[in-house]
Design a protein around this ligand. Sequence first.
Ligand code: MTE
Ligand code: MO
Length: 430
Amino acid sequence: MSDQPMDKTDLNADRRRFLRGGITAAGGLAAATLGARTASSATPDPLITEVQEWNQVLGDGVDAAPYGVPSEFEAHVVRRDVAWLTADPVSSVNFTPLHELDGIITPNGLCFERHHGGVAQISPADHRLMIHGLVDTPLVFTMQDLMRFPRENRIYFLECAANSGMEWRGAQLNGCQFTHGMVHNVMYTGVPLKLLLQEAGLKPNAAWLLPEGADASGMTRSIPLDKALDDCLVAFKMNGEALRPEQGYPVRLVVPGWEGNMWVKWLRRIEVGDQPWHHREETSKYTDLMADGKARRFTWTMDVKSVITNPSPQAPILHGRGHTVLTGLAWSGHGKIKRVDISIDGGRNWHSARIDGPSLSKSLHRFYYEFDWDGSELLLQSRAMDEFGNIQPTKNALRAVRGENSIYHNNGIQTWQVRSNGETENVEIS
Ligand SMILES: Nc1nc2c(c(=O)[nH]1)N[C@H]1C(S)=C(S)[C@@H](COP(=O)(O)O)O[C@H]1N2
Ligand SMILES: [Mo]
């Protein structure tokens, strides 16, 4: 190309000449294998040969969007809720659109929300965090105080213990957003909780913590001290910017690998005690009801799990047979993901998926499996294994151990059925 500035009309005329000449694009062979159209195609594409509107008008200036928003063509990429699931949107949940995302980071505006008393709006100047109980010196921190402690940056998934809960008794919701979308993966910036506890000084009999939220639900959970001293963070940033109000602005607790309900948002108080507290929800919530009527309690760690995000019911195969990219997410509350296996025939044959992107402990992992689709019906499954050899079970194996009364901790293998027209559905196979 010449280094003379060229106007857009010239550029288009140039493209037309190129097309009429029928020049075969270099690398045309590779493109053909992948099913892309070659440049020498008989009917010229007006999107290439004609001047388009956006080639001719000036766009918005830099003052149009002081805080940027996604393209208008991405308006369908939003959190969604399921109206019949809860009585009231204030004590409810919405779901991350996993099928629209790639890589491992969840954008802040798409992180699913779960709250029991709505979103508290708190000015950071008015926020206080108290640490008291079995400590040498009870302390109250302002946000400014917190900013004077050394910080860490860590990427962790948060999964609600009820994620996939509606699927215990069979295939129910048609889309990975709804079956698996109570998970997000964020880089947190925060102060290790250990440093704040050391500042207050722990009494020798200190063994449990009771973090409490400043929202209307005043949510509290019992957390063993060992976990707090290991890897918990008191976080004020997510993906580089301030926490969103929905995620607990100005400060939330991060409890890596453990169920989401312990990640107290709008964190205002941490009481130190020598035994767990009795929570009013304990009889019905955040325990796993077994077939014999007994309940599992303190099932904190989120087990190894994975889901294929594309294709999936909200993201059918639209391109027909041929080269197909399957992708999804895998995670484990115990550590890193070591391997993900893919089956396209309902678990008869397994192939290793390719994990791409950072492999971090207690973080989402992104996997891919590329294959040539012959247009026949598929039964897609993914099965994750973590670095400690924990393997994702089938749903039936899970039911054999836990019965069907549970809502929580469903990490069973998900099946999507792809029909020959590319439509995809949530199914279960025995
Ligand atoms: N203060 C407070 N913290 C809370 C909750 C709440 O209602 N109030 N909900 C909990 C539950 S059940 C989950 S799953 C996570 C959800 O976090 P998210 O809204 O950032 O996705 O927050 C937890 N922390
Ligand atoms: Mo939750």
